[in-house]
Design a protein around this ligand. Sequence first.
Ligand SMILES: [Zn+2]
Ligand SMILES: [Zn+2]
Ligand SMILES: [Zn+2]
Length: 102
Amino acid sequence: MKLLRTDVICGKCNNPITQNKALVGASFYERDGQPYCKDCFEAQFAARCAGCSKAILEKAVIALDVKWHKDCFKCQKCKEPISGNTFAVQDNQPLCTECAGI
Ligand SMILES: [Zn+2]
Ligand SMILES: [Zn+2]
Ligand SMILES: [Zn+2]
């Protein structure tokens, strides 16, 4: 039996990004027609979360002029995710209106 695979070369680190076609889902990213491995793509293009400093690959929350993972944008006091548009700020960290006493 023959394995079906293609080798895609990452445009940044030049390492082959091996794709096994028998598996579902490709593990490389493309930008301007150039393939990148996950690590390079994250390092190069992805925004960093202000909460956990990791790359944001899904929809980001923009607040306090920085980007956050949806799950990282939470109250610094009660650690509950902040939903809705109202929140308070303390030391550049979000606080829910309840903890802020608004
Ligand atoms: Zn790479
Ligand atoms: Zn985060
Ligand atoms: Zn809170």
